[in-house]
Design a protein around this ligand. Sequence first.
Ligand SMILES: CCCCCC/C=C/C(=O)SCCNC(=O)CCNC(=O)[C@H](O)C(C)(C)COP(=O)(O)OP(=O)(O)OC[C@H]1O[C@@H](n2cnc3c(N)ncnc32)[C@H](O)[C@@H]1OP(=O)(O)O
Length: 364
Amino acid sequence: MGGPAMRTSQKDFNNAVNQVKLLKEDPGNEVKLKLYALYKQATEGPCNVPKPGVLDFINKTKWDAWNALGSLSKEAARQNYVDLVSRLSASSESPSPEAPAADRKQPESDTLVVTSEDGITTIRLNRPTKKNALTNQMYHDIMAALQAASKDESVITVLTGSGDYYCSGNDLTNFASVPPGGLEEMARRGAVLLRDFVNCFIDFPKPLVAVVNGPAVGISVTVLGLFDVVYATDRATFHTPFSHLGQSPEGCSSYTFPKIMGSSKAAEMLIFGKKLTAQEACAQGLVTEVFPDGTFQKEVWARLKAYSKLPPNTMRISKQIIRNRERETLHTVNAEECRVLRERWQSDECMNAIASFLSRKAKL
Ligand SMILES: CCCCCC/C=C/C(=O)SCCNC(=O)CCNC(=O)[C@H](O)C(C)(C)COP(=O)(O)OP(=O)(O)OC[C@H]1O[C@@H](n2cnc3c(N)ncnc32)[C@H](O)[C@@H]1OP(=O)(O)O
């Protein structure tokens, strides 16, 4: 085990594994084989499986590459993997023809991880210590990721979260720093950001799937009405505590929720802040299907991989015909919700609720 190898953390390694999926150029089979071997060595140690038969050409080649690393330590393999990915990333900076530079904007921080594999672009909220609460930067990064995904070669786009929560909604500290223009300016900016954010979901052209890996709060729940399919673990809950926060519904939920679940069920959620279990949300049509937490990831990703093999243009056209009729209505609803919220954000009821959370007096 060499000294430098010890400097690579598990986080660096995980980042490198994600980075490989974002490479804009195919590094070629030889490099892919090297990456494979280093990955196996870093995660499982020296090759410990029987050699495949000579006719099993692909697996034998992979086995040979892994076996050639001999007794290289896991740490050293991790370091070599990270170094190799870093060199590959540096040499694949040139823009790809199908994605104009503005649309390829990658997240500026690690709070959003975007990967593409098997025809699926996955946008992962990655702020688990804050229950994936959405910072202003994350709203921008999600918009950029959706824009890029709408033009990339993937077939399906997925939004999901890291850790035990799907998302705890708007980061309430977004309201903590008041700009020079005062509360009014803060509310104006918030309304513009919210409108643009929700518009990206309304206009998204490909099948959009939410993989709800845990509890969901606020805006992460309301925009679900704009997704095509919502899969949830049985640990998930769905909570829109707008009245508790002195706020009003957004994400087009004032329109989509009554349509999905009927006006009285929608009112119980959006006005009284009733928290739904995953099963309840499924019974009311907000969630497509609920999976046991133990098999959630396995079952959902297997299903999505199978769906991603379906003809992409046909799926896109089917989505259009399902959604297009309502697109203008949804834009109108979004604009109206943002107008109302802009006023709410300047109200005493809202300010008190946020101050209360920030001073840790209140929790949902
Ligand atoms: C451009 C503006 C657009 C605005 C759109 C309008 C959007 C509206 C909404 O989304 S409304 C919903 C807002 N969300 C909330 O009110 C949730 C607040 N959070 C909580 O009530 C709880 O944290 C919890 C129930 C989600 C989880 O409770 P628990 O399991 O006990 O964990 P902790 O409270 O200890 O949380 C861990 C850590 O995360 C921080 N955190 C969680 N959620 C948020 C949040 N929404 N905003 C900011 N910070 C959040 C929490 O403070 C803890 O931080 P700490 O460890 O104390 O530093």
